[in-house]
Design a protein around this ligand. Structure first.
Ligand code: 13P
Length: 282
């Protein structure tokens, strides 16, 4: 089926009250595993790469992998740049063929965040590529991205941000964090409802690894249309590989342990798709 943008799938999710699962991938095996899970669940799906993932193998490598998997797949598949760290990287992803782009100016002042986001949105619009941006700061650590001074999204700022940038979707900071949580996260779901009330574009939840399923569902009920999962996929893939190699210390064929890593990722992604409610929405 089609290699698509995130626009239509997120609009449908927003309208019908479910969310699209967005899964960070690091290698070919994780790409295959996520697409396989989406097919088994008949779910539209987003695969995404962070700047440090892009540094590892390059935008064209992930593009080629996801494009090939999407071409064979029977469900809609999108490829998204997660946490695009500069205008230049966003433009490289656009030229490479990514079908969705995030520009993350959340560490900047509100004015500078608006300026860089508007620049990226203006540049992507002629090609019909949707742009996600972040307002407020999602805490925690993911790859090279670290935020030690998280801050919640202010609904009034969100109204201005949407109006002045022309974004397609907005990532909100409501108490989730990237990476592993030390305790159970406390989410400000009333703030989420208020943002949903005043902002028109679909909303995105970052940092969903380790958030209890019921809390993710509550966020979806209150207006989240895309949920990002990264750390739990990395752990699942690595656990599969480690367990295989522990049981088979003499193994040397990457296909053998890769297959187990993939199986672990596929099972996890199927669970997350259920939590998102996107099963049978392809
Ligand atoms: P987690 O690593 O907490 O799942 O966060 C994923 C994310 O938000 C990617 O942008």
């Amino acid at each position: 089926m089609a290699f698509v943008t995130t626009e239509q799938m997120m609009a449908a999710a927003d309208r019908e009250g479910y969310a699209i699962g967005a899964f960070n991938v690091e290698n070919m095996e994780m790409v295959m595993a996520v697409v396989r899970a989406a097919e088994e669940m008949r779910a539209p799906v987003i695969l995404q790469t962070t700047p440090s993932t892009v540094k590892y193998a390059g935008l064209p490598m992930y593009y080629a992998n996801v494009k090939a998997a999407a071409k064979k797949a029977s469900v809609p598949v999108a490829l998204h740049l997660d946490h695009g760290s500069s205008f230049e990287l966003a433009m490289q992803a656009l030229r490479t063929g990514y079908t969705s782009i995030m520009i993350d100016g959340s560490k900047e002042t509100l004015e500078d965040n608006i300026a860089v986001t508007r620049r990226v949105a203006d540049a992507c619009r002629p090609s019909g590529i949707p742009v996600e941006a972040e307002l407020g700061k999602v805490g925690g650590k993911e790859d090279d991205l670290e935020c030690t001074d998280p801050g919640y999204t202010d609904p009034d700022d969100a109204v201005r941000f949407e109006r002045e940038t022309g974004i397609s979707s907005l990532a909100v900071a409501i108490g989730t964090a990237h990476g592993i949580y030390k305790g159970e996260p406390k989410l400000d779901v009333d703030r989420l409802s208020e943002i949903r009330r005043v902002v028109k574009v679909p909303l995105v939840l970052h940092g969903a690894s380790g958030v209890p399923d019921e809390a993710v569902r509550e966020c979806i009920r209150r207006g989240i249309s895309k949920v990002n999962f990264a750390t739990e996929l990395r752990i699942a893939y690595s656990n599969g590989v480690k367990e295989f190699l522990k049981a088979n210390p003499d193994a040397f064929d990457p296909k053998k342990y890769g297959a187990v890593g993939m199986q672990y990722v596929t099972e996890l992604v199927k669970e997350k798709i259920k939590v998102c409610g996107s099963e049978n929405k392809a």
